[in-house]
Ligand binder design. Sequence first.
Ligand code: SF4
Length: 501
Amino acid sequence: MGEQLKIACGVFGAINFQKQPIFPHIYWGLRAQNHRGHQSHGFLTYNNGKFHVQRSLDLVPKIKTNALQQWFGRLPGHIGIGNVRYTTSGKTDEKSLIKGTQPVTASKNGFKLAVSFNGNVVNTFQLKKEISKEFPRFSYECDADLICHKLLIELTKGKDLASAVKTCMQEIEGAFSVAGITKEGKFFAFKDPCGIRPLCAGHSEDLSIYAFSSETVGQDINGFERDFELEPGELVTVSKDGFDREKIVKSERRAFCAFEFAYFARPDSRFDKKYVYEIREEFGKNLVRENPDIVKDADMILSLPETGDDAALGVHEESGLKWERASRRHRYVTERAFILLNGERYSTIDKKINILTSKVKGKQVIVTDDSIVRGDTTKVIVKKLRKMGAEKVYVFITFPRIIGPCFYGIDMATYGQLIGSKHDPKEITKIIGADAVCYQSIEDFIKATGFSRDQLCLGCITGKYPTLLAQKIADEMKKRFLEGCEEKGRLYEMVEAVEKT
Ligand code: SF4
């Protein structure tokens, strides 16, 4: 199997029934969600049966006023979808990144389709085989290609959109939140039967524009009102009268990604009624309640910006300890620590965060952060604090200990790379060089989200995955890992091996 690209993404799509250009809304919807993917981005608009596409690397760009007309000219039409993305494995050269950038399109026998997707397909091997039969020159660049082609195959069989989506929901395993446009200008969105990744619907005040967005911030920035979060297994189409919701597949359970709350989502987004920042504050309060002796011993709180900030406020409110803003992020160094290559990690976190020495010297410090994946970042921060004279360093982590990989679009692909799969918190404390590493308990974490246990995916922290093939692959990977087998390549090579059995 060749090298492949796996992605985590942000989706935005909208339709304007007054037939005004949709591009500005897609643009702002994506800019608000650039944290969900910053390696590449793409826009696609629909005009008179034609798709117009623009894909580029890096962040969604600033557009100068004198270039506006060019953009409108390149992306005409009143319907559009867009995507921001980062690769989590495979080739990262410029050509490959561009090829794997969404939105993607597919066409056959007069049918044509465009989709923007967030998630990760698990049964890629089986789907690629099926698609290659229908499209002998099919070239897989990202999972969106699989979704788009599979949906198109079903449409070319004469099925209507709902039946075609239903087959996709039944035959594709994984996480998929999708916004799409057909050749006829039908604008739609759907979510996998577990509803793993977010996707919400919203509308403009005058009811002329309807939109889908991974996070509510995409609606907010456009001044739209958020209507609802798509249900698992739901297809939503849009007409002048608004959204038409249809539960296509009965889902056994909802399994919304728990990691969205701790790390991935913007704090000013909401997936239910509560803002993510309120939930993160509650995480901080929980950590105080769970660790009274450490809190008693500490002098101050220091957060790792920015995902540790809201939890730090919670720690402060619950404990009364001073929260020193003694750790600052360099605004234009935007790389996320755990998605970088091994060699890069140490230097990048060092360049990204600056700590004010005088504030931590001689102090017993509680550091709040969202998660520990490999442990490298935390190790560097603890070392830095010690070097600056901190007497004790206690690490408060809001996401419970990550013990297994993610199969649904977050870059945690093997057991070997996860410090929490090999070590308990005491051992991790030692490896990281802290005085204590305290993870929030799973029970408190769940309670703070406002979701129930059976509404969340907790796969990477419990080892129990919401879909069958993922569970099978996880069990096999774990078995091989515990037997000391080398974890060759990445998760996706294992997927092929297990799918074949
Ligand atoms: S395995 Fe973890 S990161 Fe992946 S979807 Fe489930 S909760 Fe989210």
